[in-house]
Design a protein around this ligand. Structure first.
Ligand code: HEM
Length: 426
């Protein structure tokens, strides 16, 4: 059997695990948990039928995310000359001249390009800036919560995914970047079309409109500087005078929307469901809002939104878990396996919001690991803390409007996303 680079596959059964297997999609914790114990580095087949390796143990996941022999950009692999992701987006019908803005992001780069970009961005996207945003995050959250009764359907239920989990992160990103109120409905539409819609036409239109819009914003800010994230990104520079280019600025803002929207929304959706279905844990959180930071760490571990990262590409032959991964083969780090690995977490399937996390809190890999570790982790955690505490303060009688087994999940291998979360506000 042939692999993406034309090598003979190391195993005749390459692709034996289908990531679209209904059983895996229905219960990824059980499915990837079984693999973690029986075949921790396994040959698999992706949604489009292509082959890849999946890695499910905590230590192996961290190796894949941290070892320079695994690259984010397939073009870093000697002998590979096409960027499949960009080609795929163009083949879907997205305009070729705009595709680099979403296919050529910080997540798609390797050192030294990544080191340079990350250093510049980190100087603007600081923990302090995130901390200062907290009162606005609280206000945005409260406004959305106030509006919930108006979204009740005929049967009295409210869909928390649509009316709370999704609008919160995109509004926070707008706030942080400095998008004027009047333009925010546009950004919400673009955000939804880019990350939620499966329609290439809508994605393409959103991409073009957004790139042009951010480009115009950058021009306007260069003329009249302010003091939000966009201004900081424009003016940031290093000791050698290196700065972000216009294209890099646009790509970065777009990346924040793509990377920070659906992920945070699903932390809020999945986390709310987890708390509703574990009343003892919810009671702990409600008794003491000071437990919220730990609770968010634990929810990230137990039901985090990302099941598996985007593929890494082996730049040379690598042996992992006794398997030979050949140069050019893609590997997906299954966070869902790592975060329930009993080698790392005691009683891993139990949700325990009082679980002790070390000071840096990052034993779980919900935000990734290594040099591509989530840039927005502090922001996402803050949004989660505010969302969970305010939601249950404002609606103490909140309850699920359907039985848990009736809830539907989007059938996508890398992502844990509820399609709807109907609740009674009480
Ligand atoms: C990277 C998860 C929220 C911006 C990552 C990675 C993960 C992740 C797993 C690493 C991916 C990889 O290595 O392949 C999450 C989750 C979030 C969240 C679960 C919400 C709960 C955010 C937010 C922002 C953001 C709010 C910004 C507004 C980024 C960026 C990267 C990244 C820019 C790429 C960093 C790099 O390549 O150096 N995120 N993220 N994320 N995230 Fe997040």
């Amino acid at each position: 059997m042939s692999t993406p680079t034309g090598h003979d596959s190391p195993a005749d059964d390459f692709g034996a695990v289908a990531l679209t297997d209904p059983a895996l999609l229905a219960d990824p914790y059980a499915g990837y948990g079984r693999l973690r114990e029986t075949e921790p580095v396994a040959p698999a087949r992706n949604m489009d039928g292509s082959h890849l390796w999946i890695v499910t143990r905590h230590d192996d996941v961290r190796t894949v995310l941290d070892d320079p022999r695994f690259a984010n950009d397939p073009l870093s692999v000697p002998g590979i000359e096409t960027d499949k992701r960009a080609d795929l987006l163009i083949a879907m019908g997205l305009p070729a001249e705009y595709v680099p803005y979403i296919a050529d992001t910080v997540l798609d780069t390797d050192p030294p390009d990544h080191t340079r970009l990350r250093k510049l961005v980190s100087r603007a996207f600081t923990v302090r800036r995130v901390g200062e945003l907290r009162p606005r995050v609280e206000q945005i959250t409260d406004d959305l919560l106030d509006a919930l009764p108006a979204h009740a359907e005929a049967d009295g239920t409210v869909d928390l995914v649509e009316h709370f989990a999704y609008p919160l992160p995109i509004t926070v990103i707008c706030e942080m970047v400095g998008v004027p109120e009047a333009d925010r409905p546009l950004w919400r539409r673009w955000g939804a079309d880019l990350v939620q819609s499966q329609s290439p036409e809508r994605m393409g239109t959103a991409l073009v409109e957004m790139v042009d819009h951010i480009g115009a914003m950058v021009e306007q800010r260069r003329a009249e500087p302010g003091d939000d994230l966009l201004d900081a990104l424009i003016s940031v520079g290093d000791e050698d005078g290196d700065r972000l280019t216009g294209k890099e600025l646009i790509t970065l803002v777009l990346t924040l929307v793509i990377a920070g929207h659906e992920t945070t929304a699903n932390l809020i959706g999945n986390g709310t469901l987890a708390l509703l279905s574990h009343p003892d844990q919810l009671a702990l959180l409600r008794r003491d809002a000071g437990t919220a930071p730990r609770a968010v760490h634990e929810l990230m571990r137990w039901c985090g939104p990302i099941l598996g990262t985007r593929p890494r590409w082996a730049t040379e032959d690598v042996t992992l878990g006794g398997k030979l991964i050949r140069r050019g083969e893609p590997v997906m780090a299954m966070i869902v396996g790592a975060n329930r690995d009993p080698r790392r977490f005691e009683d891993p399937d139990r949700l325990d919001i009082a679980r002790a996390y070390e000071t840096r809190g990052e034993q779980h890999t919900g935000f990734g690991h290594g040099m591509h570790y989530c840039l927005g982790a502090a922001l996402a955690r803050q949004e989660g803390e505010v969302a969970f505490t305010r939601l249950f303060e404002r609606y103490p009688e909140l309850s699920l409007a359907v039985a848990e087994h009736e809830l539907e999940w989007l059938p996508r291998p890398g992502l844990r996303r509820l399609i709807r979360l109907p609740v009674h506000l009480g």
